[in-house]
Write a protein that binds this ligand. Structure first.
Ligand code: GLC
Length: 484
C-alpha cells in the first residue's frame, strides 16, 4: 500500500510531544511491513535541520489557492533517519511556519488549515495517488473535510487519529472562506463542523471525525472514555453517531531507541540476566544528581508539568516519597511557579533532585537508574513513560485510565495471572489514591526484595513494539479501501 502520513510533528526533526514519536515509529513500522510511506510536514524555521539528510527542493512551484489570492509555495524533500519526508514551505507575508516556534500563535488554526490544504494540493499537483492518507490531531482536522468536499477527484481514503481530545481546533468561521469552503451554513451545521458545545464556532476535530473513513485514538480504553465520559470534551455524541468507524489502537514503543541492552545514552547496559547493572546506573544517577548513597529506592517522574499530568499529585508524591524512606527525582521539560518554589525549598535535600528543562540523556539515565516511576495523569490517551519504564525495569505506579490502564496491571489486584502483572495502579485522582499505590510499591521494595525483582522482570518481558499496532492500522487501511 502507498500511505501518506500528514502531521504537524515528526521525531526527531520537529518534536513537541509524543505525537512526533508516533509519526516516526508508525511510519517506519509500516515500511518494515512492506508498504510505501511518505510523510508531509510543515517546513518550520525552528526544526532540527541537522536531523534531515539530503534536503532538496522536490517541487518548486506549488500554487495554493488561499483566501482571495494564491500562495506560492515550495515543497522540500529529505530523509529523517530513513523516513521520506516532504516539507511545505509557503512564501507569503503570513510567514505561517517562520515563527521560531511550533504552536502558540493566535492564528494557529489558519496556519494548519493552510498546511492541510497545501498538502492536498501537493498530492494533486505532483500526481501522487496514495491509497491512504493518515492524518493526525486537530491541526489536520480540516483535511478530511477538504478531501471530500473539494478534492473529490482523489481516490485516497482517510484515516484520522486523535491523540488528544482536549485540543480540538476551535476556531472562527473565517477558516471557511480562507480555504474556499464557501457554503457557510452547510459547513457550520451541527452535522458537520459546528461545535457541539458552542454552536457559533467551528470544531476542526469534529470535522475530521465526520468526514474521515476511519477514526482512531491511541488506546482502546481511551476510545471508551471519550465516548462515555467527560474526557470526550463535548465530542462524545459525535463519536456515538460515528461509532462504527471509531476504535482505539495502542501506540507502540520504539525499542531501537528505548532498550537498556543497546541504549547509547546510559553508562551500563543490562537485560533480565544482567539486572545488577541497572544498579550501576542507579549509582551514576545519584552521582550525577548529587543524591546521597543510601539503602533507599528512587522514585521518578519524567514528563511535562501541566494539568493533564496531575501536577498536584506529582507534588504530593515528592513529599510522600521523602517522608517514607525513598528518594525522588524529577525531570520536567517545562515548569511553573509552584515547582520553582518547590525546587528552591528542596534544594539542599540530599534525597531529592528536581531538574527542569529538556534533557534526553538524563531522561534515559533516570529510566535506567530509578526503581519506580509515577504517572498520575488526569487523562492519558496512551502515554509512553510507563512503557519505557517497563523495559528499563523501573516499576510503574500509574493511574488506571486510558493507555495506562491498557498497559499496566496491578501486582495485587489485577485479574491477570500473577506472573503477568507489572506495576501498581490507583484509581482516584487524590492523595489517598496515589499514596495507597506508592505505599504498596515501597512496602514490596523494602520487605520483599525478591518479589520486587520478580515484578521488575515481568515488566521487562512485556513487548509493546510497533509490530502489533502497525498490523492493526494496516487492517483498518485495508478495510476502508475495500468498503464503498
Ligand atoms: C498525546 C497524549 C499521549 C499520547 C501521545 C501520542 O500526547 O497525551 O497520551 O501518548 O499523544 O499518541
Amino acid at each position: 500500500m502507498y500511505i501518506v502520513m500528514i502531521a504537524s510533528e515528526c521525531a526527531p526533526v520537529s518534536k513537541v510531544g509524543s505525537l512526533a514519536d508516533v509519526i516516526y515509529g508508525l511510519s517506519r513500522e509500516l515500511e518494515k511491513q512492506g508498504n510505501l510511506v511518505d510523510i508531509i510536514l510543515p517546513k518550520y524555521d525552528c526544526m532540527c535541520y541537522d536531523q534531515i539528510w539530503e534536503l532538496e527542493i522536490a517541487y518548486q512551484d506549488l500554487w495554493v489557492p488561499w483566501d482571495k489570492r494564491i500562495i506560492h509555495s515550495t515543497v522540500w524533500f529529505g530523509f529523517v533517519h530513513g523516513r521520506k519526508c516532504f516539507f511545505i514551505d509557503p512564501h507569503s507575508d503570513d510567514n505561517f511556519f517562520n515563527r521560531k516556534r511550533y504552536y502558540g500563535c493566535t492564528d494557529d488554526a489558519m496556519r494548519f488549515a493552510f498546511f492541510s490544504k497545501a498538502s492536498l494540493e501537493f498530492l494533486l499537483q505532483a500526481n501522487k495517488q496514495p491509497d491512504i492518507i493518515h492524518c493526525h490531531d486537530w491541526q489536520t482536522g480540516l483535511l478530511p473535510v477538504l478531501r471530500y468536499e473539494m478534492y473529490n477527484t482523489m481516490s485516497s481514503r482517510i484515516c484520522y487519529t486523535i491523540h488528544n481530545f482536549r485540543y480540538q481546533g476551535i476556531t472562527g468561521t473565517d477558516i471557511l472562506s480562507a480555504t474556499h469552503l464557501d457554503r457557510f451554513e452547510y459547513f457550520h451545521h451541527s452535522d458537520r463542523l459546528g461545535d457541539n458545545v458552542h454552536p457559533n464556532v467551528l470544531n476542526l476535530v469534529k470535522g475530521g471525525i465526520v468526514y474521515s473513513n476511519f477514526v482512531t485514538t491511541v488506546s482502546p480504553k481511551h476510545a471508551w472514555e471519550v465516548r462515555h465520559t467527560e474526557l470526550g470534551h463535548g465530542l462524545g455524541d459525535t463519536l456515538h453517531i460515528h461509532h462504527d468507524k471509531f476504535s482505539g489502537i495502542l501506540n507502540g514503543l520504539d525499542y531501537e531507541i528505548w532498550n537498556p541492552e543497546i541504549d547509547t545514552l546510559i553508562p551500563h547496559h543490562y537485560n533480565i540476566e544482567t539486572l545488577e547493572n541497572k544498579y550501576a546506573n542507579k549509582d551514576v544517577l545519584r552521582e550525577r544528581l548529587l543524591l546521597r548513597k543510601d539503602f533507599k529506592p528512587i522514585i521518578a517522574y519524567v514528563g511535562r508539568l501541566d494539568d493533564q499530568k496531575g501536577v498536584h499529585l506529582i507534588r504530593h508524591a515528592v513529599f510522600y516519597a521523602l517522608h517514607n524512606g525513598a528518594q525522588f527525582v524529577l525531570l520536567a521539560s517545562n515548569t511553573n511557579d509552584e515547582f520553582l518554589h518547590l525546587k528552591h525549598e528542596l534544594n539542599d535535600n540530599e534525597d531529592c533532585h528536581l531538574e527542569i528543562g529538556f534533557n534526553e540523556k538524563l531522561a534515559h539515565l533516570i529510566y535506567a537508574g530509578a526503581d519506580m516511576i509515577i504517572t498520575p495523569s488526569m487523562y492519558e490517551p496512551c502515554g509512553m513513560a510507563q512503557m519505557i519504564a517497563l523495559r528499563y525495569g523501573t516499576v510503574p505506579i500509574v493511574r488506571g485510565i486510558g493507555g495506562l490502564a491498557d498497559t499496566i496491571f496491578d501486582r495485587d489486584f489485577s485479574d491477570k495471572p500473577f506472573n503477568a502483572r507489572n506495576g501498581y495502579i490507583f484509581h482516584e485522582a487524590d492523595y489517598i489514591g496515589i499514596e495507597s499505590a506508592m505505599q504498596r510499591a515501597l512496602g514490596l521494595w523494602v520487605n520483599y526484595p525478591e518479589h520486587f525483582r520478580k515484578l521488575i522482570i515481568q515488566g521487562m518481558q512485556y513487548n509493546y513494539s510497533w509490530h502489533h499496532s502497525g498490523q492493526d492500522y494496516l487492517d483498518i487501511y485495508k478495510h476502508i479501501t475495500q468498503v464503498l
